[in-house]
Design a protein around this ligand. Structure first.
Ligand SMILES: Nc1nc2c(ncn2[C@@H]2O[C@H](COP(=O)(O)OP(=O)(O)O)[C@@H](O)[C@H]2O)c(=O)[nH]1
Ligand SMILES: [Mg+2]
Length: 243
């Protein structure tokens, strides 16, 4: 088994990609990185390919280019399948836009030893949000509360995208059955992890809104999340019986 990999989905992150890669690799933690790009028109993937070709990070940097923009969930599923095939013990998810500070990765890797999923959480003691609009705070906090109530779970930050899975968790979830393409993906992965009986821990992170590039949040993604939480609850039994 290999050690740990950080999966970073990208869509038009040309201003951020080099900075985030440098920050993660400068932790010197024996981590690999997989960038999953949905054929970004701003050529984020070409920048990554250039760094691979120049061997800037030896062989630690990897890239998957997908044909079309299909949402963060689909990008992660393809990335996770690659990580499982490569047999990484720990698989970390992280945004490219510098909202997730890599300085928390050591605490994730420490906590994952006794847990199966570690979630970087804005809503536990010590966590927080910096520079987000009132509107985004409301969607995020409200979305977590809504999911908690409908799904009957106790995770405080259900929608966050900075987390660390053990290999066994991703291996046990049937990734082809994931319904959510947008940000509901995060909720769905948490729910499926809990239903499998795995141990989940939240560790505090301070999330900072992006300075460069644009958010891909949309009304469609928001509605999918509301709807899919209900679908997940309705299909709870099927998910429990899934192989
Ligand atoms: N590959 C891929 N990445 C995406 C897609 N949508 C968003 N992302 C990436 O997912 C991460 C989170 O997206 P972002 O727009 O920052 O979401 P926000 O922080 O909730 O506003 C960023 O790294 C995006 O580039 C997509 O459709 N495909
Ligand atoms: Mg963001």
């Amino acid at each position: 088994m290999k050690n740990a990999v950080v999966v970073i989905p990208t869509y038009n992150e040309i201003e951020n990609i080099e900075i985030i890669l440098e920050k993660v690799f400068s932790l010197s933690l024996n981590l690999d990185i997989l960038v999953v790009d949905d054929n970004s028109p701003d050529l984020t993937h070409a920048k990554v390919q250039e760094l691979i070709d120049n061997k800037t990070y030896n062989s630690s940097l990897n890239l998957i280019i997908r044909q079309n923009k299909e949402g963060l969930g689909k990008a992660y599923i393809e990335g996770f399948k690659w990580c499982l095939a490569q047999e990484y013990t720990y698989i970390i998810e992280m945004d490219a836009d510098l909202s997730h500070d890599p300085k928390y990765i050591p605490s994730f890797l420490e906590n994952i030893k006794d847990n199966d999923l570690v979630i970087g959480s804005r809503y536990v003691k010590g966590g927080g949000v910096v520079n987000w609009s009132m509107f985004r705070k409301l969607i995020s906090f409200g979305g977590s509360a809504y999911s908690r109530i409908i799904l009957g779970i106790s995770i405080k930050d259900v929608t966050g995208g900075f987390k660390c899975f053990k290999y066994e968790v991703l291996k046990s979830i049937n990734l082809d059955n994931i319904m959510s393409a947008g940000y509901a993906f995060q909720i769905e992965m948490n729910y499926r992890t809990l239903l499998k009986g795995f141990k989940v821990k939240e560790v505090p992170i301070v999330f900072e809104d992006r300075v460069l590039g644009k958010s891909k949040m949309s009304k469609k993604i928001f509605i999918e999340a509301l709807w899919n939480v209900l679908l997940l609850r309705i299909h709870k039994k099927d998910i429990l019986n899934e192989k």
